[in-house]
Design a protein around this ligand. Structure first.
Ligand SMILES: [Cu+2]
Length: 257
């Protein structure tokens, strides 16, 4: 496949490419592509013309053998990323968060979960990359089931998935999605907030979201999963998608002590 790099999110294993037609498979369009190895994206910049190998299986789609063939100014200049957030949360910091709206359409705050260990991640329900948001749902589901089966963690942990796609992820959409992924309402809340609020909060945890169009593939983002102590302070941040459910459960145990 050939195309032009439109955007890169620092540290994210994905790249947004305006690609040419892939005969018999895809028309010309701009969308994110996953890579398995961050090294594939080394040295690339927006505007670079690339040739890549596209892999497609029933559940996954990724590229490799990324080769730069030239550079052309982008038709519509996009910045690399939003300006870095001024104030990243460090471990031990009080995690102050905005007010969200839950999947039930009612106000929801992290403060209401004081006394529990909270795992927070950021996704959007239309995410087309199986290794991104859908993977976060699968890991949270596994962790939820482990917590429910654990005598030490049961009733002491709450999961929160925040959508950064408020215009599409209405409470009704989130409620249907929560049911689909097997979220137990008493332990796992889906919520959202106005875009600026989610971005500002997520930004303090290192989340970057770029919205280019209203299409399902119109959002390019990285992944951040934060574990918050019962006192409401930051315990750990799990970056990207390389961590395992075991690592998350270990982080929950660590934060509960
Ligand atoms: Cu996603």
């Amino acid at each position: 496949m050939t195309g032009q790099v439109v955007a890169l999110v620092p540290g994210a294993k994905q790249v947004r490419i305006a690609h040419d037609e892939v005969p018999g498979y895809m028309e010309k369009m701009t969308m994110p592509f996953a890579v398995r190895d961050l090294a594939e994206l080394e040295g690339l910049a927006p505007g670079d013309l690339v040739e890549v190998r596209l892999h497609v299986t029933a559940t996954e789609e990724w590229i490799d053998q990324v080769r730069k063939t030239g550079h052309r100014a982008l038709a519509k200049e996009l910045t690399d990323a939003p300006p870095p957030p001024l104030d990243l949360f460090d471990p031990g910091d009080a995690v102050d968060a905005p007010r969200f709206t839950s999947q039930d359409g009612v106000p929801f705050t992290l403060e209401s979960l004081r006394g529990k260990v909270v795992a927070v991640t950021f996704t959007y329900t239309r995410c087309p990359l199986p290794d991104y948001c859908p993977l976060m749902d699968r890991r949270f589901r596994e962790a939820q089931d482990r917590v429910l089966a654990s005598s030490t963690l049961r009733d002491r942990v709450h999961f929160v998935t925040l959508s950064f796609d408020a215009p599409h992820d209405t409470p009704a959409v989130l409620a249907a999605h929560a049911a689909r992924v097997g979220a137990r309402r008493d332990v796992w809340t889906f919520a959202t907030a106005p875009t600026a609020d989610v971005d500002a909060f997520g930004g303090r945890l290192g989340l970057t979201v770029m919205r280019e169009s209203d299409a399902p593939a119109g959002i390019t983002h990285n992944l951040r999963t934060a574990v918050i102590t019962p006192a409401g302070t930051l315990s750990t941040i799990l970056r990207g998608n390389d961590w395992t459910t075991d690592a998350l459960v270990a982080a929950l145990e660590g934060a509960s002590r």
